[in-house]
Design a protein. Structure first.
Length: 386
């Protein structure tokens, strides 16, 4: 196992009715900005629960944070935070709203000329306006980690920011909200969390047996519960497992002491930025092709996945690795998502070449756990996924 440092200060309030308790963990004197997306929280009743719990607080609202939260929109919120001296943020939504809130929290106290530098300079975020979250759509794990991905519409960039300053102070996880989520978004969440685990698991062995078992427990649980979550989202037991799997898939626990990849996400982010395809769908598009291209260096862990997740008991390590990739693709397909880019956009050479060109321009010359996935290889991976 490799060396690691680990901290996670986020308080989790899990279970039925926990939304009504948020007043217990927000300072009484706080001026609170409640942030959300398109307004679905009003149709589902979540908004009413939140506002009821905030009775007596000085509350400002900011709505309209889009999927793939956009810098241009978020800066409007930053202006309000500064002008009205807001000192606590509450994100009510899924990963996009939470990621957007993380950016707002950091940008509001940033003293540089351009808050976009928080992403381009890749310096750790250490200071931010404190915030909490009410999770309405499990998927990204943003409710319990210190990272966010933000899009800049003007330049079609989608970049990562991270640092201990953007850990949520608390996150409310009420599994009953799963019953309000559209089927397509449930599929996306199941795919997103599954690939989050793969990015930390399908690398190479480092004798981190406990970390492997942690990862495998989440993968097995997601496979087991996927049909019920998608088709019976009001089942509280499955919804609870789903929500907790999504959170633990990316709260930092799995990557302790092990190599990480994230190449699939880097490529997927570019497809989303260029062609506006759902983030989870881009992961499903890229993953099988990516693993096939890197099957040599990932053979041992792919074979382990085949044995422990797919139930493959016979064959050589390479044969098991091939079956692992087939299983991953079939999991996506069971959720109604294909792994063919051509099912979503007509671009072929142009798409692959554009992504490769972008990686070269940004000096992203080596992705993956061994930093050996070059822009030329990325182009081949995207073409193979077409």
């Amino acid at each position: 196992m490799q060396n690691f440092d680990y901290i996670n200060p986020t308080m989790i309030k899990f279970g039925r009715g926990q939304i009504t308790t948020i007043h217990e963990v927000i300072p009484k004197e706080a001026k609170v900005m409640v942030l959300y997306g398109g307004g679905s929280i009003k149709r589902t009743g979540i908004y009413d629960q939140v506002m009821s719990s905030l009775d007596g607080y000085d509350v400002v609202e900011f709505s309209g944070i889009p999927s793939n939260p956009e810098y241009e929109v978020l800066m409007d919120a930053v202006s309000i935070v500064r002008e009205q001296e807001v000192n606590f943020l509450l994100a009510v939504g899924g990963g996009s709203v939470i990621d957007g809130t993380k950016f707002i929290s950091a940008a509001s106290v940033y003293d540089g000329d351009d808050a976009w530098d928080l992403l381009t300079k890749q310096e750790p975020i250490m200071e931010a306006v404190p915030f909490g979250t009410v999770l309405t759509m499990p998927a990204t794990g943003s409710e319990m980690n210190y990272a966010a991905v933000i899009t800049k519409r003007a330049t079609s960039e989608k970049l990562l920011m991270q640092g201990v300053g953007i850990f949520p102070q608390f996150s409310v996880l009420d599994p009953t909200v799963v019953s309000t989520i559209p089927e397509r978004q449930l599929s996306n969440g199941l795919i997103d969390s599954f690939v989050h685990v793969l990015e930390q698991y399908l690398t190479y062995p480092v004798e981190a047996r406990l970390q492997d078992r942690f990862a495998e427990s989440i993968l097995n649980t997601l496979v087991d519960i996927a049909p019920k979550v998608k088709f019976s989202p009001s089942d509280y037991g499955s919804a609870s497992d789903y929500m907790w799997c999504c959170t633990n898939a990316l709260n930092g626990m799995l990557h302790n002491g092990v190599p990480q990849d994230w190449g699939i996400h880097m490529i997927g982010h570019e497809i989303t930025a260029m062609y506006h395809i759902d983030h989870a769908i881009t992961l499903a598009i890229v993953a099988p092709s990516y693993y096939q291209h890197l099957i040599g260096q990932k053979e041992a862990k792919l074979a382990q996945f085949a044995e422990r997740i797919a139930g493959v008991t016979e064959g050589t390590p390479r044969e098991k690795a091939v079956k692992a990739i087939e299983f991953i693709k079939s999991y996506f397909l069971s959720l109604g998502v294909t792994s063919k880019l051509s099912d979503y956009v007509d671009c072929f050479d142009q798409c692959a070449e554009n992504i490769s060109k972008t990686f070269k321009e940004r000096q992203w010359l080596g992705l993956g756990e061994k930093q050996n996935v070059t822009p030329e290889m990325v182009e081949q991976i995207v073409k193979a996924a077409y």
